[in-house]
Design a protein around this ligand. Structure first.
Ligand code: EPU
Length: 423
């Protein structure tokens, strides 16, 4: 066990390169097992522990995973077998649920433990399961495990009550081999969904309409191996842009797709952040007299829930009262308790938080209760006077590729310490 320690108030400068998207990667890896001839090569893979957990699950299934380098993996499902996924790795991340869609699509049967992941309030998967049922599968849940199977999968029209990212991708994977046409209505539109469909289509799938709210999948008989480069991580990119708005002398955030971050960039502009947006990078210069803003989290292209926690840390520096309304995960406010410990003035209401600024933040012992809470605390630690000691760093390592190395290169005073267990 380690802590991540930050001595705050350094003015940061330099450039940082954003890694491949975590939320695309965690779907692309299970999607690779759908190949029936030849390996799938993926490049731009972020060095995060979620990739390790998914590789463990691939190994459990007899899939060969070769790391050509940290960012370059080859997944060869030639000798894979459909086994009960009851390994602990299933509970380490939410996205292990993508093995449901992938295994059901490939073998018409899947048995696996309940997926885990960050606690953000209730995170049901009823829409994934309803989608599988609409394709002809039966779902049983006993003693913490799912058993989903079908004699045959037949294309269907599926309306999602909520535009769920996970359900959209899972249904896409389950239906690539289904007989006839599957139509997903009220599909989610996140860029990661487009990335997964792009790879599946290169493998031979027939998926159209991703990026809109109606996706059509025409079933095919088999898929082959391919080569795919992952899109940049818009949430890591957004985290570094927010962090730069709080701490930069001048920081260039490279390897981003600004279109994917439009909602964040326009909100930061409203706050008065000095930014120059180019084709694949944003330069953020020292920004003073930041204004308070209101945000409401929404499905893409609205303001991402994954950035509301990092943004809260920046809002402690803004003049006036900012209000955050969270419509995706209404209980995603654990970070506010930790920020209050550091001196922030935040009132949490019903699915909302009001931040009164500016406040002087002070380093303290805090806990990363989930991945994006961890990002929020890193930003707060960089702003704060004195040393911030962040516990449960494993949450941060699940989704941020080498965050301490990237920050050190920008001039941050950041280091890890082993926790010595007390007798
Ligand atoms: N929902 C249901 N039933 C379902 C599925 C979702 O009620 O069957 C609800 C959820 O409870 C939530 C809303 O629908 O209120 C949207 O959830 P969604 O399914 O879109 O979320 P997800 O696919 O489980 C992904 C990301 C999350 C991100 C959300 C929202 C991955 C692996 N995870 O989760 O990322 O917050 O979309 O954009 O892609 C993170 O990266 O920190 C993270 C939590």
């Amino acid at each position: 066990m380690q802590t991540l320690n930050i001595r705050g108030q350094n003015k940061l400068q330099g450039s940082v390169r954003i890694s491949g998207s975590k939320n695309a990667t965690v779907a692309l890896i299970p999607a690779a097992i759908l190949s029936s001839s030849g390996p799938v090569t993926i490049i731009g893979v972020p060095n995060i522990s979620d990739v390790g957990s998914l590789s463990t699950l691939l190994n459990e299934l007899g899939v060969e995973v070769t790391h050509k380098s940290i960012e370059h993996i080859v997944i060869d499902p030639t000798n894979m077998q459909n086994k009960f996924l009851d390994h602990n790795a299933v509970t380490k991340l939410r996205a292990s649920y993508y093995f449901m869609g992938a295994l059901l699509g490939k073998y018409k049967e899947v048995k696996m433990k309940m997926p885990g992941g960050c606690y953000l309030g209730p995170r049901p998967i009823d829409l994934h399961l309803k989608g599988f049922e609409a394709l002809g599968a039966t779902v049983e849940y006993t003693q913490g495990s799912y058993h989903i199977k079908a004699d045959e999968l037949i294309g269907a029209k599926i309306f999602l009550d909520i535009a769920s990212v996970g359900a959209t991708i899972n249904i896409m994977m389950a239906s690539v081999f289904a007989k006839g046409r599957t139509i997903i209505e009220n599909a989610a539109k996140e860029p990661e969904i487009i990335d997964v469909a792009t790879m599946l289509n290169k493998m031979g799938a027939q998926i159209r309409g991703t990026g809109t709210n109606i996706i059509t999948i025409d079933g095919v008989d088999s898929l082959n191996g391919t080569f795919h480069e992952i899109i940049p991580d818009r949430i890591e990119g957004g985290t570094f842009i927010i962090l730069a708005a709080a701490t930069a002398k001048e920081i260039v955030v490279e390897n981003i797709i600004p279109l994917h971050l439009e909602s964040l960039l326009s909100k930061l502009e409203e706050m008065g952040v000095n930014m120059k947006v180019d084709v694949d990078k944003v330069t953020i210069s020292e920004s003073e007299n930041l204004k308070a803003i209101d945000i409401k989290t929404l499905p893409y292209p609205g303001f991402p829930t994954d950035l509301q926690q990092p943004l809260t840390a920046l809002l402690t520096k803004a003049n006036g009262e900012s209000v955050i309304r969270e419509t995706i995960y209404t209980e995603r406010f654990k970070h506010t308790v930790e920020l209050q410990r550091m001196g922030a003035t935040i009132d949490v209401g019903n699915a909302s938080a009001t931040i009164k600024g500016p406040s002087n933040l002070f380093g303290d012992k805090v806990t990363a209760t989930d991945l994006r809470c961890g990002a929020s605390l890193v930003i707060a630690g960089l702003i704060a006077e004195g040393v911030t000691e962040i516990h449960d760093v494993y949450h941060i390592d699940r989704g941020y590729d080498g965050i301490d190395g990237k920050l050190k290169a920008l001039g941050a005073d950041i280091w890890r310490e082993d926790i010595v267990e007390e007798e």
